[in-house]
Design a protein around this ligand. Sequence first.
Ligand code: HEM
Length: 229
Amino acid sequence: MEYLTNFIEFSADDHRSIKNASDLLQPLLSTITDVVYDKLFEYDITKASFTVEQSGFDGPIKSDLNEAKVTDPVIVYRKTMLKKYLHKILNDELGPKFTKYLYWVGEIHSNTRYKTSSSDVEFINLNALTGFVTAALMNIINDSTQASWTPEERNKTLIAFSKFFWIQNDTFLMYHAILQDKVAELSRAPPKAESSPNTISSYGPTAANALLGFGIGAFLTMAISKLFK
Ligand code: HEM
Protein backbone atom coordinates (compact mmCIF):
# COMPACT_ATOMS: atom_id res chain seq x y z
CA MET A 1 0.00 0.00 0.00
CA GLU A 2 2.92 2.33 0.74
CA TYR A 3 4.16 1.96 -2.84
CA LEU A 4 0.75 2.72 -4.37
CA THR A 5 0.11 5.60 -1.95
CA ASN A 6 3.47 7.14 -2.87
CA PHE A 7 3.04 6.45 -6.59
CA ILE A 8 -0.32 8.19 -6.87
CA GLU A 9 0.88 10.86 -4.45
CA PHE A 10 -1.86 10.50 -1.85
CA SER A 11 -0.67 13.12 0.64
CA ALA A 12 -1.64 14.56 4.02
CA ASP A 13 -3.18 17.36 1.98
CA ASP A 14 -5.45 14.85 0.20
CA HIS A 15 -6.43 13.43 3.57
CA ARG A 16 -7.29 16.93 4.82
CA SER A 17 -9.48 17.45 1.73
CA ILE A 18 -11.38 14.23 2.51
CA LYS A 19 -11.90 15.26 6.12
CA ASN A 20 -13.08 18.69 5.00
CA ALA A 21 -15.88 16.96 3.07
CA SER A 22 -17.21 15.45 6.30
CA ASP A 23 -19.73 18.25 6.97
CA LEU A 24 -21.17 17.79 3.50
CA LEU A 25 -21.23 13.99 3.37
CA GLN A 26 -21.99 12.96 6.96
CA PRO A 27 -25.71 13.91 6.79
CA LEU A 28 -26.00 12.02 3.48
CA LEU A 29 -24.57 8.68 4.65
CA SER A 30 -27.98 7.02 5.06
CA THR A 31 -29.04 8.10 1.57
CA ILE A 32 -25.74 6.95 0.09
CA THR A 33 -25.99 3.49 1.70
CA ASP A 34 -29.63 3.15 0.55
CA VAL A 35 -28.59 3.96 -3.02
CA VAL A 36 -25.67 1.49 -2.82
CA TYR A 37 -27.88 -1.39 -1.67
CA ASP A 38 -30.60 -0.58 -4.23
CA LYS A 39 -27.85 -0.86 -6.85
CA LEU A 40 -26.54 -4.16 -5.41
CA PHE A 41 -30.09 -5.56 -5.48
CA GLU A 42 -30.55 -4.62 -9.16
CA TYR A 43 -28.38 -7.58 -10.22
CA ASP A 44 -28.76 -11.22 -9.15
CA ILE A 45 -24.97 -11.69 -9.17
CA THR A 46 -24.46 -8.99 -6.52
CA LYS A 47 -27.69 -9.74 -4.64
CA ALA A 48 -26.56 -13.36 -4.24
CA SER A 49 -23.70 -12.29 -1.93
CA PHE A 50 -26.26 -11.49 0.76
CA THR A 51 -27.89 -14.92 0.74
CA VAL A 52 -24.93 -16.56 2.52
CA GLU A 53 -23.59 -16.42 6.07
CA GLN A 54 -21.75 -13.21 6.98
CA SER A 55 -19.47 -12.40 9.90
CA GLY A 56 -20.95 -10.41 12.78
CA PHE A 57 -24.56 -11.12 11.81
CA ASP A 58 -26.47 -13.87 13.65
CA GLY A 59 -29.98 -13.10 12.39
CA PRO A 60 -31.95 -14.82 9.64
CA ILE A 61 -30.55 -14.97 6.11
CA LYS A 62 -32.74 -15.92 3.16
CA SER A 63 -30.89 -18.34 0.94
CA ASP A 64 -33.49 -18.02 -1.84
CA LEU A 65 -32.53 -15.14 -4.12
CA ASN A 66 -36.16 -14.43 -4.99
CA GLU A 67 -37.07 -14.06 -1.34
CA ALA A 68 -34.22 -11.70 -0.36
CA LYS A 69 -35.31 -8.08 0.07
CA VAL A 70 -33.39 -4.88 0.60
CA THR A 71 -35.46 -4.37 3.79
CA ASP A 72 -34.26 -7.67 5.38
CA PRO A 73 -32.44 -7.42 8.73
CA VAL A 74 -29.18 -8.58 7.16
CA ILE A 75 -29.25 -5.65 4.73
CA VAL A 76 -30.15 -3.23 7.52
CA TYR A 77 -27.01 -4.57 9.28
CA ARG A 78 -24.89 -4.28 6.12
CA LYS A 79 -26.05 -0.69 5.64
CA THR A 80 -25.03 0.15 9.23
CA MET A 81 -21.58 -1.32 8.61
CA LEU A 82 -21.18 0.52 5.30
CA LYS A 83 -22.12 3.74 7.06
CA LYS A 84 -19.47 2.97 9.69
CA TYR A 85 -16.91 2.48 6.89
CA LEU A 86 -17.78 5.82 5.26
CA HIS A 87 -17.73 7.51 8.67
CA LYS A 88 -14.21 6.14 9.26
CA ILE A 89 -12.96 7.41 5.92
CA LEU A 90 -14.23 10.87 6.75
CA ASN A 91 -12.99 10.98 10.33
CA ASP A 92 -10.17 8.56 11.11
CA GLU A 93 -6.54 9.57 11.30
CA LEU A 94 -4.12 8.04 8.80
CA GLY A 95 -1.74 5.48 10.29
CA PRO A 96 -1.14 1.75 10.74
CA LYS A 97 -4.55 1.14 12.35
CA PHE A 98 -6.40 2.73 9.44
CA THR A 99 -4.22 0.96 6.88
CA LYS A 100 -4.95 -2.36 8.61
CA TYR A 101 -8.67 -1.61 8.42
CA LEU A 102 -8.46 -0.93 4.66
CA TYR A 103 -6.69 -4.28 4.16
CA TRP A 104 -9.32 -5.98 6.30
CA VAL A 105 -12.10 -4.51 4.14
CA GLY A 106 -10.31 -6.04 1.15
CA GLU A 107 -9.98 -9.41 2.84
CA ILE A 108 -13.56 -9.64 4.16
CA HIS A 109 -14.78 -9.75 0.53
CA SER A 110 -12.51 -12.67 -0.35
CA ASN A 111 -12.30 -16.28 0.78
CA THR A 112 -8.97 -16.49 2.57
CA ARG A 113 -8.65 -19.29 5.12
CA TYR A 114 -8.42 -16.74 7.91
CA LYS A 115 -12.05 -15.71 7.46
CA THR A 116 -14.80 -17.27 9.54
CA SER A 117 -17.61 -16.46 7.08
CA SER A 118 -18.17 -18.07 3.70
CA SER A 119 -18.94 -14.97 1.62
CA ASP A 120 -16.67 -14.34 -1.37
CA VAL A 121 -17.36 -11.37 -3.63
CA GLU A 122 -15.79 -11.49 -7.10
CA PHE A 123 -13.47 -8.64 -8.01
CA ILE A 124 -15.60 -7.57 -10.98
CA ASN A 125 -18.40 -6.67 -8.54
CA LEU A 126 -16.08 -4.91 -6.08
CA ASN A 127 -14.57 -2.90 -8.90
CA ALA A 128 -18.04 -2.07 -10.24
CA LEU A 129 -19.26 -0.82 -6.88
CA THR A 130 -16.08 1.14 -6.24
CA GLY A 131 -16.67 2.92 -9.56
CA PHE A 132 -20.30 3.51 -8.67
CA VAL A 133 -19.54 4.89 -5.19
CA THR A 134 -16.70 7.09 -6.45
CA ALA A 135 -18.92 8.57 -9.17
CA ALA A 136 -21.76 9.14 -6.68
CA LEU A 137 -19.49 10.97 -4.23
CA MET A 138 -17.98 13.04 -7.03
CA ASN A 139 -21.44 14.04 -8.19
CA ILE A 140 -22.42 15.10 -4.68
CA ILE A 141 -19.21 17.11 -4.21
CA ASN A 142 -19.49 18.70 -7.63
CA ASP A 143 -23.15 19.66 -7.23
CA SER A 144 -22.91 20.87 -3.67
CA THR A 145 -23.22 24.54 -2.95
CA GLN A 146 -20.70 24.31 -0.09
CA ALA A 147 -20.02 28.02 0.28
CA SER A 148 -16.63 27.63 1.93
CA TRP A 149 -15.09 25.77 -1.02
CA THR A 150 -13.18 27.61 -3.69
CA PRO A 151 -13.20 25.91 -7.13
CA GLU A 152 -9.61 24.83 -6.39
CA GLU A 153 -10.59 23.25 -3.05
CA ARG A 154 -13.52 21.47 -4.66
CA ASN A 155 -11.22 20.07 -7.34
CA LYS A 156 -8.68 18.99 -4.71
CA THR A 157 -11.46 17.17 -2.86
CA LEU A 158 -12.57 15.34 -6.00
CA ILE A 159 -9.00 14.28 -6.71
CA ALA A 160 -8.44 13.17 -3.10
CA PHE A 161 -11.49 10.88 -3.13
CA SER A 162 -10.50 9.49 -6.51
CA LYS A 163 -7.03 8.63 -5.18
CA PHE A 164 -8.48 7.12 -2.01
CA PHE A 165 -10.82 4.75 -3.83
CA TRP A 166 -8.06 3.62 -6.18
CA ILE A 167 -6.11 2.67 -3.04
CA GLN A 168 -9.08 0.87 -1.47
CA ASN A 169 -9.74 -0.92 -4.76
CA ASP A 170 -6.16 -2.15 -4.73
CA THR A 171 -6.90 -3.99 -1.47
CA PHE A 172 -9.85 -5.69 -3.21
CA LEU A 173 -7.64 -6.61 -6.13
CA MET A 174 -4.76 -8.02 -4.11
CA TYR A 175 -6.99 -10.63 -2.46
CA HIS A 176 -8.26 -11.67 -5.90
CA ALA A 177 -5.18 -11.19 -8.10
CA ILE A 178 -4.60 -14.91 -8.26
CA LEU A 179 -7.70 -15.16 -10.45
CA GLN A 180 -5.71 -13.49 -13.23
CA ASP A 181 -3.71 -16.64 -13.75
CA LYS A 182 -6.80 -18.79 -13.34
CA VAL A 183 -8.42 -16.91 -16.23
CA ALA A 184 -5.28 -17.22 -18.34
CA GLU A 185 -5.12 -20.93 -17.54
CA LEU A 186 -8.74 -21.47 -18.53
CA SER A 187 -8.17 -19.79 -21.88
CA ARG A 188 -5.32 -22.18 -22.76
CA ALA A 189 -5.82 -25.75 -23.90
CA PRO A 190 -4.78 -28.37 -23.09
CA PRO A 191 -4.32 -27.65 -19.38
CA LYS A 192 -0.80 -27.84 -17.98
CA ALA A 193 0.21 -31.34 -16.92
CA GLU A 194 2.19 -30.19 -13.87
CA SER A 195 0.37 -29.01 -10.80
CA SER A 196 -0.05 -25.24 -10.77
CA PRO A 197 1.42 -22.99 -8.10
CA ASN A 198 -1.21 -21.93 -5.64
CA THR A 199 0.14 -18.98 -3.70
CA ILE A 200 0.10 -15.29 -4.54
CA SER A 201 3.91 -15.18 -4.43
CA SER A 202 4.05 -17.92 -7.08
CA TYR A 203 2.14 -15.52 -9.30
CA GLY A 204 4.54 -12.68 -8.56
CA PRO A 205 5.03 -11.27 -12.06
CA THR A 206 1.34 -11.46 -12.97
CA ALA A 207 0.11 -9.99 -9.72
CA ALA A 208 2.79 -7.30 -9.82
CA ASN A 209 1.81 -6.36 -13.39
CA ALA A 210 -1.83 -6.15 -12.39
CA LEU A 211 -1.01 -3.91 -9.44
CA LEU A 212 1.30 -1.72 -11.51
CA GLY A 213 -1.40 -1.39 -14.19
CA PHE A 214 -3.74 -0.33 -11.44
CA GLY A 215 -1.33 2.35 -10.23
CA ILE A 216 -0.90 3.73 -13.74
CA GLY A 217 -4.69 3.79 -14.18
CA ALA A 218 -5.05 5.79 -10.99
CA PHE A 219 -2.29 8.18 -12.04
CA LEU A 220 -3.91 8.80 -15.44
CA THR A 221 -7.29 9.47 -13.84
CA MET A 222 -5.72 12.10 -11.62
CA ALA A 223 -3.79 13.70 -14.49
CA ILE A 224 -6.96 13.89 -16.60
CA SER A 225 -8.95 15.40 -13.70
CA LYS A 226 -6.25 18.06 -13.32
CA LEU A 227 -6.61 18.96 -17.01
CA PHE A 228 -10.30 19.65 -16.50
CA LYS A 229 -9.98 21.75 -13.38
C1 HEM B 1 -16.97 0.08 -2.75
C2 HEM B 1 -16.98 -1.22 -2.54
C3 HEM B 1 -17.32 -1.82 -1.21
C4 HEM B 1 -17.07 -1.34 0.04
C5 HEM B 1 -16.39 -0.04 0.41
C6 HEM B 1 -17.58 -2.32 0.97
C7 HEM B 1 -17.52 -2.19 2.35
C8 HEM B 1 -17.71 -3.25 3.21
C9 HEM B 1 -17.32 -3.27 4.59
C10 HEM B 1 -16.66 -2.11 5.32
C11 HEM B 1 -17.64 -4.48 5.09
C12 HEM B 1 -17.37 -4.99 6.50
C13 HEM B 1 -18.41 -4.46 7.41
C14 HEM B 1 -18.18 -4.88 8.83
O1 HEM B 1 -18.60 -5.99 9.18
O2 HEM B 1 -17.62 -4.06 9.58
C15 HEM B 1 -18.27 -5.23 4.04
C16 HEM B 1 -18.73 -6.51 4.15
C17 HEM B 1 -19.42 -7.15 3.16
N1 HEM B 1 -19.66 -6.69 1.89
FE1 HEM B 1 -18.91 -5.04 1.09
N2 HEM B 1 -18.14 -3.34 0.28
C18 HEM B 1 -18.00 -3.09 -1.05
C19 HEM B 1 -18.44 -3.86 -2.09
C20 HEM B 1 -19.24 -4.97 -1.93
C21 HEM B 1 -19.92 -5.67 -3.00
C22 HEM B 1 -19.84 -5.29 -4.48
C23 HEM B 1 -20.61 -6.69 -2.42
C24 HEM B 1 -21.48 -7.74 -3.02
C25 HEM B 1 -21.75 -7.87 -4.29
C26 HEM B 1 -20.33 -6.65 -1.00
C27 HEM B 1 -20.81 -7.55 -0.08
C28 HEM B 1 -20.39 -7.63 1.22
C29 HEM B 1 -20.66 -8.75 2.10
C30 HEM B 1 -21.44 -10.02 1.74
C31 HEM B 1 -20.04 -8.46 3.30
C32 HEM B 1 -19.98 -9.35 4.53
C33 HEM B 1 -18.75 -10.23 4.39
C34 HEM B 1 -18.58 -11.24 5.50
O3 HEM B 1 -18.81 -10.89 6.66
O4 HEM B 1 -18.20 -12.36 5.19
N3 HEM B 1 -19.52 -5.59 -0.74
N4 HEM B 1 -18.30 -4.45 2.91
